[in-house]
Design a protein around this ligand. Structure first.
Ligand code: ADP
Length: 765
């Protein structure tokens, strides 16, 4: 018996003052040195103290009280305070009542008649200890979720600990007897089943899952054994609530399954390996990324062989060792099947491990990187193409201006009286400058096309006029070579179409130019065929046929490629090999298709088709081009606005050759031109674009907007060496009627001037 340090509170419920005093005296004589006796003389008084004072260690209870008498007294108290230590005081050797009280839950009973210090002290000590042990047992059971019970079928008793009641969701004061086992609710069935099994095999140890009457799902582990007590068979059982553990286990399984699913389905390679390179686990994506089967990776491969370059791998491992984890670290994976993949890896060292193990998630970014590289390359290409085009444009412009002089001057020089030798030299200069000009134009054009920078006009144009013009211009070349150039157009062909006149013109010039160039005798024919017509549109086929040198079969495929030339030893000026490439590109971009058939020594046939929208009216631009003849005896006033002395001479001499009677006034810049215009009437103005003081655009704008009406309406033709003028159409914005590209072919200049002079006449009429 340990020393009792704290004050021990004892409640005495006794209505007889004599008995109460006796007990108090006995207690004082006992070994309870530090106690406090609380005395009450009614059941109600006792109940009140118990309700307020939880630390009562024992209750000495007289069963006969003014407000309650006999067994019900203890019954009432136990019902309210089942864990309290009650010692029942009986009178007149009423042991029966005392035993009954103990059975019901009292710890002991004392006969008041035989009471002495020793008996009282012993009973108090034992009951306190016993009660403490029982309470501790209850607490332990509750803590462990373990309950016990005993079932005696013969005696029809079922006794169970509080925890058993809790597990089965029985109310604490629920009366359960063996006959209740036949009740329908699950716990009862379960107990019934358990004890029946134990009856047969003696001892059972089982796991059950069941739903209580309160619909709680419980997982329990049960042990039950049948033991003999006298003649009776008693079933003793232990039940443990393992619901939480089970649920945690199930959750863990579910989690594991989920992670396994992610692991196996992941598109990223996930693996676990040691820093020394031993693979411990990996998923399907790892097999794919590394190009080796999982079993091989795990059994015979070194993870470190795949992570390259070695410096990067070392850096990764250093970071892992010191920082424990890395995120989005760039590394390359050397595939076993060849090739290198660009990846990022996120990895963690595994904590509980001395073997330096890490897990890694590797994402393959090769395709993405490739796309990024492609985008970069494309941007670079576009940028350099733009630079190239700008460079070409400015170079071609710079070259055109001096070439205009060479071209024009050699033309004029050729018409003066020269010796044969001089004439040959001049001819050679003239031809070379023509070729050079062609090259400059072609290079500029292909640069623009390849940059996909072309925009196509969708404006009305006269197809017949366009074709006649091609023939007119090429005729003079054909005549030089004594070949016959012929145009065949079906009579019913609609002539006013919508499209890009300049581009179509260029296609014809390239094809017909080649035909004339590569034909030394015979003819060049241009046919137009109608392939089909539909509402508002027409499908046309154009054929340029020659009787020239032809193209070898094996070269036919490649003639449309850039810089392709079919080499022949006897030809010096073969061009750049760009003409057909330009034509093909222009046709493709307008939705058409070009083709060629040819036979060496017999001739070639180039053809293409294109769909055109018909112009709303077929009348608008109906000039009788069949009969266009530019008369030589025209008389008109022309203002030439040009700062370049050489070009002034070329233009005026060329014009005077054609039209002896024209009056040409020269202005060195726009400002002078305006002053002259105020004084004199002109039928047409030729306007250089780039000039000092006041350029062609400014001057035209001034004439159109600031000068009297009759001056403002004078036709103005721009003259420029800048081929871009046609593309950006700036000349139209500033009010110019048309343009002539320098260096100009005399015929082009004449027909442009004539066209506007004629229009004026029409207007006047
Ligand atoms: P080029 O500017 O050199 O004429 P093209 O692209 O126009 O370049 O033509 C490429 C090559 O195709 C020419 O160099 C020539 O060998 C061949 N070729 C083109 N047209 C004809 C043709 N009508 N007859 C024979 N060969 C031709």
């Amino acid at each position: 018996m340990g020393k009792l340090d704290n004050v021990q509170k004892i409640l005495l419920i006794e209505d007889n003052p004599g008995d109460a005093q006796l007990i108090e005296l006995l207690l004082k004589d006992s070994d309870f040195t530090n106690f406090q006796l609380i005395k009450k003389d009614t059941l109600a008084g006792g109940l009140a103290v118990l309700g307020e004072e939880p630390q009562i260690e024992a209750v000495l209870l007289d069963l006969s009280l003014p407000d309650s008498s006999g067994f019900p007294t203890i019954e009432k108290l136990l019902a309210k305070f089942p864990n309290t230590n009650f010692i029942v005081l009986t009178g007149f050797s009423d042991t029966k009542m005392g035993l009954r009280a103990v059975k019901a839950g009292a710890q002991d009973y004392l006969d008041k008649g035989k009471l002495d210090v020793e008996k009282l002290s012993k009973s108090l000590h034992f009951s306190m200890q016993r009660n403490a042990i029982l309470n501790r047992l209850e607490e332990t059971q509750e803590l462990a979720g373990i309950g016990n019970w005993e079932l005696d079928i013969d005696k029809n008793t079922f006794e169970a600990s509080k925890e058993t009641f809790r597990i089965f969701d029985f109310a604490p004061d629920e009366k359960v007897t063996p006959s209740d086992l036949k009740h329908s609710y699950h716990a009862m069935h379960l107990l019934d089943q358990i004890h029946k099994e134990a009856a047969i095999i003696g001892k059972i140890d089982k796991y059950f899952r069941f739903d209580t009457i309160a619909k709680n799902t419980k997982h329990i582990s049960v042990q039950c054994q049948a033991i003999k007590r006298g003649v009776n068979i008693v079933f003793q059982g232990v039940i443990q609530d393992i619901s939480e553990r089970k649920m945690a286990e199930q959750e863990a399984i579910r989690n594991r399954d989920r992670y396994l699913e992610i692991f196996s389905q992941s598109k990223d390679a996930i693996f676990i390996a040691t820093l020394e390179g031993k693979f411990l686990d990996c998923n399907l994506a790892t097999e794919k990324l590394f190009g080796v089967s999982r079993s091989e990776l795990l059994s015979s491969r070194d993870a470190n062989d795949y992570l390259i370059p070695p410096e990067k791998r070392n850096e990764l491992f250093l970071k892992l060792k010191f920082q424990r984890s890395v995120v989005d670290f760039e590394i390359e994976i050397k595939k076993e099947t060849g090739g290198i993949r660009y990846c990022i890896v996120s990895a963690n060292m595994l904590e509980d491990d001395d073997s330096m193990t890490y897990n890694a998630i590797v994402r393959d970014l090769t395709e993405q990187k490739r796309n990024e590289d492609l985008v970069k390359a494309r941007d670079l290409a576009q940028e350099s193409a733009k630079l190239k085009e700008d460079f070409m444009a400015s170079i071609s412009h710079e070259m055109r201006t001096p070439m205009n002089a060479i071209f024009g001057m050699s033309n004029l020089l050729g018409q003066t009286s020269l010796t044969q030798e001089q004439r040959d030299y001049v001819k050679s200069i003239h031809q070379s400058s023509e070729v050079l000009l062609g090259i400059v134009n072609d290079i500029l054009e292909i640069a623009t096309i390849q940059n996909r920078n072309l925009k196509f006009d969708h404006e009305d144009f006269n197809l017949k006029e366009l074709l006649f013009n091609v023939v007119n211009v090429m005729q003079y070349k054909a005549k030089e070579k004594d070949i016959f150039l012929q145009l065949e157009i079906p009579k019913d062909l609609p002539v006013i179409l919508k499209g890009d006149k300049l581009r179509i013109n260029q296609i014809f010039f390239n094809l017909v130019g080649n035909a004339v160039k590569f034909t030394d005798q015979g003819h060049v024919k241009i046919h137009v065929e109608k392939l089909g017509a539909f509402d508002g549109g027409i499908h046309l086929k154009f054929i340029v046929e020659d009787t020239g040198i032809g193209i070898p079969k094996d070269k036919l495929e490649s003639v449309f490629e850039t810089f392709s030339r079919v080499r022949t030893s006897d030809r010096i000026f073969e061009g750049t090999g760009l003409g057909l490439a330009i034509a093909k590109n222009l046709i493709d971009m307008q939705g058409g298709k070009i083709g060629v058939t040819s036979e060496v020594g017999v001739g070639s046939k180039f053809f293409f088709d294109m769909i055109f929208e018909l112009a709303d009216s077929q009348e608008g631009i109906n000039e009788n081009i069949d009969e266009i003849q530019i008369p030589n005896d025209l008389k008109f006033n022309l203002l030439l606005v040009e700062d370049h002395k050489m070009n002034q001479v070329v233009a005026s001499k060329t014009l005077k050759k054609k039209w002896e009677n024209i009056d040409i006034t020269i202005a060195d810049n726009g400002k002078i031109a305006i002053d002259i215009l105020k004084e004199k009437h002109f039928d047409i103005i030729l306007m250089d674009v780039q000039m000092p003081i006041m350029d062609g655009y400014q001057t035209t704008h001034y004439i159109r907007h600031k000068m009297p009406k009759d001056i403002a309406k004078t036709p103005i033709l721009a003259m420029t060496a800048h081929a871009h003028i046609a593309k950006d159409e700036k000349y139209k914005e500033y009010g110019m009627d048309d343009f002539v590209l320098k260096p100009f072919k005399p015929e082009q200049l004449f027909s442009a001037i004539f066209k506007y002079l004629q229009k004026q006449i029409v207007k006047i009429n």
